[in-house]
Design a protein around this ligand. Structure first.
Ligand SMILES: [Cu+2]
Length: 413
């Protein structure tokens, strides 16, 4: 603190001293009867040398920092497309750095070289078509190449995944991630926001049973239509006009919602239900298999989040009301990465990369990439934990507490 204060005082005093010196200079030049605007030959030469000195200092600093901190500090990528993406990023960096050196060299070196010399008039050079063409066409070509390469990469990363890709849904909410694996059929069951009110169906999946449950909750649940009607019609319950008004509005909204749910039920084909029943939901840790392509379907419950997988070079916004996609193939296991980096407790992470609220910083998910054999072992532990199993467990709270310790042991090994 003390040192900071002293530094500040020194800077302020320094600025004041310079201002005073300039004032003295102005006064003395007035006394000498030369104009303030007339720059002496000596000053010009000094400025020219300072231009050159600054250029050397800036270039030296740039090279020195790269020397000290490495090329860009990302570390090697851990996904197939990540290596291509890094290559593209390096191409961009090389172009930018070349342009940086070239333009700054011209700027500062010419200022030095063409300093005003007594008796030499300035050369009048207003226009050159060839030069204009060169500095328009060359950047245009370079930018076109960069953009086309970038679009190609982007198209590949976000385009349709092959049939063999495993589908996973990443559901984001304030402030956690939930992963839904598509199960044996590799098809993610459909969902609908109108079904979000039950803890047995946290991801609002559509099946005949979940629609029935939602209708039942809406009609007979603790804050359902029945209870609202009862409160509004029972004369023994005294309500303020505001509360009554609020309740009427709530009732109207719920009646409308229940009509929509009945409509959904009428149009629902329960042959599709198995696509949802075999899905399973995974919290805290996402398990992936090395060499397997994954198609991630992103969803958001509340605000915009962003799924950021730094080591796999993937990032995608999750947007309420729409599904976004990104696919990648991990090509290193967690173990591979630990060996490669020499860090024993290294772990892949999924982070939220949008400031989405107060606990944004906590919104992350551990990712463990396994060899095929280990991955299949883990997968077999999930066979009895499908959406069907969790939905049909009579007491979900008890069932989960019994299952969880076993799962945690799995994760720790
Ligand atoms: Cu977030």
């Amino acid at each position: 603190m003390g040192i900071k204060l002293i530094t500040l005082v020194v800077i302020v005093l320094g600025v004041l001293a310079i201002a005073q010196l300039m004032r003295v200079y102005e006064l003395s030049s007035k006394l000498r009867k030369t104009g303030e605007n007339e720059i002496s030959n000596r000053d010009n030469k000094l400025n020219a040398k300072m231009m050159l000195g600054f250029m050397i200092f800036m270039f030296g600093g740039f090279i020195g920092l790269i020397w000290k901190y490495g090329w860009v500090g990302r570390g090697d990528a851990a996904s197939v497309h990540g290596h291509d993406l890094d290559w593209l990023l390096n191409v961009n960096f090389i172009i930018i750095i070349l342009v940086f050196f070239l333009t700054n060299f011209l700027l500062f070196f010419f200022s030095f070289k063409y300093v005003k010399k007594p008796g030499v008039p300035a050369f009048w050079y207003p226009h050159n078509n060839k030069l204009e063409m060169v500095w328009t066409i060359v950047p245009a070509i370079v930018l076109t190449v960069i953009i086309i390469l970038g679009l190609k990469e982007w198209g590949e990363a976000t385009g349709d995944a092959g049939k063999e890709a495993v589908r996973i849904e990443l559901f984001s909410k304030q402030f956690a991630w939930e992963a839904r694996y598509s199960g044996k059929d590799n098809v993610l069951g459909k969902f609908d926001y109108k079904l979000t009110h039950d803890e047995k169906n946290p991801l609002a999946l559509i099946t005949m049973e979940t629609i029935d449950l939602a209708i039942d909750n809406m009609e007979h649940g603790p804050v359902g239509i029945d209870s609202l009607e009862h409160k509004l019609n029972n004369r023994k319950i005294i309500l303020s006009p505001e509360d009554r008004d609020k309740m009427r509005k709530d009732l109207k909204r719920k009646e409308q919602l229940v009509r929509l749910l009945y409509q959904m039920r009428n149009g629902h084909d329960d042959a599709m239900d198995t696509t949802a029943w075999d899905d399973f939901i995974q919290r805290d840790t996402l398990y992936l298999c090395k060499g397997q392509q994954y198609e991630f379907n992103f969803r958001s419950k509340d605000v915009i989040h962003s799924a950021y997988f730094p080591h796999f070079r993937a990032q995608m916004n999750t947007v309420p009301g729409m599904t976004t996609r990104f696919k990648f193939t991990p090509d290193k296991t967690t173990e591979d990465m630990r060996k490669e980096r020499g860090v024993e407790d290294f772990n892949f992470m999924l982070l939220c990369n949008k400031i989405c609220g107060t606990s944004h910083y906590k919104m992350k998910m551990l990712i463990i990439v396994l060899e095929e054999e280990d991955y299949n072992d883990w997968l077999s532990t999930k066979e009895k934990a499908t959406f069907w199993d969790t939905f049909n467990t009579e007491a979900p709270a008890e069932g989960e507490t019994e299952e969880n310790p076993a799962e945690e042991n799995q994760e720790n090994t």
